[in-house]
Write a protein that binds this ligand. Structure first.
Ligand SMILES: Cc1cc2nc3c(=O)[nH]c(=O)nc-3n(C[C@H](O)[C@H](O)[C@H](O)COP(=O)(O)OP(=O)(O)OC[C@H]3O[C@@H](n4cnc5c(N)ncnc54)[C@H](O)[C@@H]3O)c2cc1C
Length: 400
């Protein structure tokens, strides 16, 4: 069965397709020592139907070729855009679906700040899904729930990482539903939920309080220099720039991603979703007039359905078509997996014996060159801010 058929730790991306398809409910997703979920079959119940093997998108690769077009996009609603990770285009599509009586699936925190897939039915609830959360979301039985809504004729927007979308499509048996819209993201890779749990505990110990709210992408210092923020129940706040936050350091140093992310099958321009969303890094070089450092989305339209929705929401955004190859030059995560950090195994070995700050200091330290560069940047920003030239400062720290 599935847990014997694929080399779990390297190949399985944890999409939950096998769990959702099993007619006997004999598959559970169990956490390994790194904190990633893998299928486990209860052979006392298994009827050898092979559905789990037939649904696995890694065993049955079927990437259909397509010819996407790419756009730089900005949601006209400034409040939504600032609350979103890039240009706020997810919310525009989600609102379009909800206004038509549909529902939206995506990744949201539960009350213990674990990340799970769930669905919402109203515009108000969309805030739960809005914003990137940099860890792997647990799909649970969302594919089954979404199928139930699809079969009853409800419009469904299903969003997630490319592997989650692929898992969902495989679960649906590649059946074409007119009422299904899918969005994937350009995905750097997903960190371990266990590492995230350890970080939340660390921050709560430091704050001596439980967490109330978390944002990975606060734009107070600009979109390109975003901050991670924790608001605690004792009314204190922790906030650090992406280069200084310990968790973001571990994420961006590629030390705690799921093993399959280092050799991702779905980093391609042949996306299986209707729409792909990403940060438009490099926008300052390609279309400087669309870069005000509040967030610009890179959007791929991958299907006719995606095109129809894009046309329907186009009145609510600023957009310009761009050359897709030019755009991905600044966003290699679209087409290329990151390299595994050579310290990855040691990082996980020490996960429980070291405090989070010691762990990151030991395995994710910047090189001397990067430290000097960051220090010089910080000094320059300080000086420019003092003399009222923050705009120039932002250009200096930008990724362009
Ligand atoms: C783990 C991760 C890695 C990413 N890596 C890159 C990258 O390398 N380059 C790049 O350009 N963009 C990357 N993105 C995408 C980018 O951060 C934005 O999510 C995207 O541009 C959409 O932004 P938005 O402003 O339109 O909407 P937002 O409101 O910011 O996005 C919300 C959408 O993201 C989904 N989402 C949030 N967290 C997760 C998660 N953990 N798993 C699955 N879905 C999630 C929600 O379900 C919702 O559909 C990444 C996102 C995630 C979650």
């Amino acid at each position: 069965m599935i847990d014997k058929k694929i080399k779990l730790n390297r190949d399985c991306m944890g999409c939950h397709g096998c769990l959702n398809i099993c007619p006997e409910n004999c598959i559970s997703m169990e956490e390994d020592k790194e904190g990633f979920l893998y299928p486990k079959v209860d052979y006392g119940i298994c009827i050898n139907c092979n559905h789990c093997i037939n649904v696995c998108p890694i065993i049955n690769k079927t990437l259909v070729e397509n010819n996407p077009s790419a756009y730089a996009c900005i949601n006209n609603n400034e409040e939504i855009r600032l609350a979103s990770s890039s240009g706020g285009i997810f919310t525009l599509v989600a609102e379009y679906v909800i206004d038509k009586g549909g529902i939206v699936f995506g990744a949201c925190f539960n009350n213990r700040f674990e990340l799970e897939h769930d669905y919402v039915k109203t515009r108000k609830e969309l805030s739960k899904l809005r914003g990137s959360k940099y860890l792997q979301s647990k799909v649970g039985n969302s594919y089954n729930k979404a199928k139930y809504f699809l079969d009853s004729g409800t419009k469904v927007l299903f969003t997630g990482t490319p592997c989650q979308i692929e898992g969902f499509k495989a679960f649906l048996g590649r059946k074409k539903y007119d009422n299904l819209i899918t969005i994937d993201i350009i995905c750097h890779g997903v960190p371990s939920p266990k590492v995230w749990r350890k970080y939340v505990e660390f921050r709560e110990r430091k704050a001596d309080s439980l967490t109330q709210r978390i944002s990975f992408r606060l734009k107070n210092e600009g979109w390109k220099r975003y901050s991670v923020s924790f608001s605690f129940k004792n009314n204190t706040e922790y906030r650090r720039n992406l280069n200084e936050d310990l968790y973001m350091k571990a994420f961006l140093k590629d030390v705690c991603l799921r093993p399959s992310c280092y050799d991702c099958e779905f980093k391609t321009l042949n996306r299986q979703s209707d729409i792909t969303l990403a940060d438009f890094w490099g926008i300052g070089n390609i279309l400087p007039e669309m870069d005000d450092d509040k967030g610009t989305s890179l959007v791929f339209i991958n299907s006719e359905k995606g095109r129809k929705i894009f046309n329907s929401i186009s009145g609510d955004m600023k957009f310009k078509e761009v050359d897709i190859y030019e755009a991905v030059k600044y966003n290699s995560a679209a087409i290329k997996s990151v390299q595994k950090n050579p310290n990855r195994e040691k990082f996980f070995d020490d996960l429980y014996s070291l405090e989070f700050d010691e762990l990151v200091k030991k395995y994710c330290a910047d090189s001397l060159k990067v430290r000097i560069k960051n220090k010089a940047k910080a000094i320059l920003i300080g000086i420019l801010s003092k003399i009222g030239m923050l705009g120039v400062a932002k250009k200096i720290v930008g990724r362009n």
